[in-house]
Design a protein around this ligand. Structure first.
Ligand code: NAD
Length: 257
């Protein structure tokens, strides 16, 4: 099955892991829909540059995925969805008793419920096309917990569960559903935590990264957005046609412990 000409929607793809996956897809000949909640000139220029670099179609479609209606609208506006990557996500860290209710709601909406809505809108398109891939970007926190991340860990465990259900509901069709579980990846989301960590522990940058951020990542190396793009592209390939309803960890050994 050639991937050339197929359309992939990657949610939350104007930075970080989503952008890395979008780049790998464009390089692999896929047409790509980029998305975020913003609608800036830079967002549209990113799409135009990616299209020019790889000779594929790349569109940017704004949708704030904290709304289920907007999440479904993203897929409908794209008009076609052979590959759906549910990647958009946010984080907030606080003990349960102080966790702001609004932050809980936003994390569950963006990191979990949006994937339910996009998947519900995309499956009929995949069935009509006779092929499809659902790839959910969960986390090592979809398989393990950490203190102070109640909403994030709940959402990530939730999306791993939903992945299995979608896989069972599509098992007899040429559609697969899997979750990729990254460990720490040096994206803007993680980069922004480094200065505070250095300050809090009185450490230089390298020590803070090694001793605090990568404490649970035995390789002591960040996973890269390019490695996640390659993993997502593999899940789209024929070699992965019988891989469904499972998780693939890209975490330097975190969940081996
Ligand atoms: P990032 O902040 O670089 O990217 C997050 C993306 O989601 C951005 O494009 C952002 O615009 C988008 N987004 C946020 N709120 C949105 C909304 N309301 N509507 C639409 N888009 C929205 O972060 P990242 O590290 O690339 O994270 C991407 C995914 O990978 C997330 O689901 C995150 O939980 C997961 N993840 C990240 C790491 C890591 O170490 N960076 C590890 C495991 C899992």
């Amino acid at each position: 099955m050639t991937l050339q000409g197929k359309t992939a929607i990657v949610t939350g793809s104007n930075s970080g892991i989503g952008l890395g996956i979008a780049r790998s897809f464009a390089a692999g000949g896929l047409n790509v829909v980029l998305n975020s909640y913003s609608d800036t000139e830079e967002d549209h220029a990113l799409a135009a540059d990616l299209a020019k670099e790889h000779g594929v179609e790349v569109r940017y479609i704004q949708a704030d995925l904290s709304s289920g209606e907007a999440a479904r609208g993203l897929v409908e506006s794209a008009g076609r969805c052979d590959i759906l990557v549910n990647n958009a996500g946010i984080q907030h860290v606080a003990p349960v008793e102080n966790f702001p209710a609004g932050k809980w709601d936003a994390i569950i909406a963006i990191n979990l419920s949006s994937a339910f809505h996009t998947t519900a809108a995309a499956l009929p398109m995949m069935r009509a096309a006779g092929w499809g891939r659902v790839i959910n970007i969960a986390s090592a926190h979809g398989l393990r917990a950490s203190p102070y991340k109640s909403a994030y860990v709940a959402a990530k465990h939730g999306i791993v569960g939903m992945t299995k259900v979608v896989a069972l509901e599509t098992a007899e069709e040429p559609i697969t559903a899997n979750a990729i579980c990254p460990g720490y990846v040096l994206t803007p989301l993680v980069e922004s935590q480094i200065p505070d960590t250095m300050k809090e522990y009185g450490m230089d940058r390298d020590t803070a990264i090694r001793e605090v951020l990568l404490k649970r990542q035995p390789s002591k190396e960040f996973a890269t957005t390019d490695q996640l793009g390659g993993t997502a592209l593999f899940l789209c390939s024929d070699h992965a046609a019988q891989i469904t309803g499972t998780t693939i960890s890209v975490d330097g050994g975190w969940t081996a412990v």
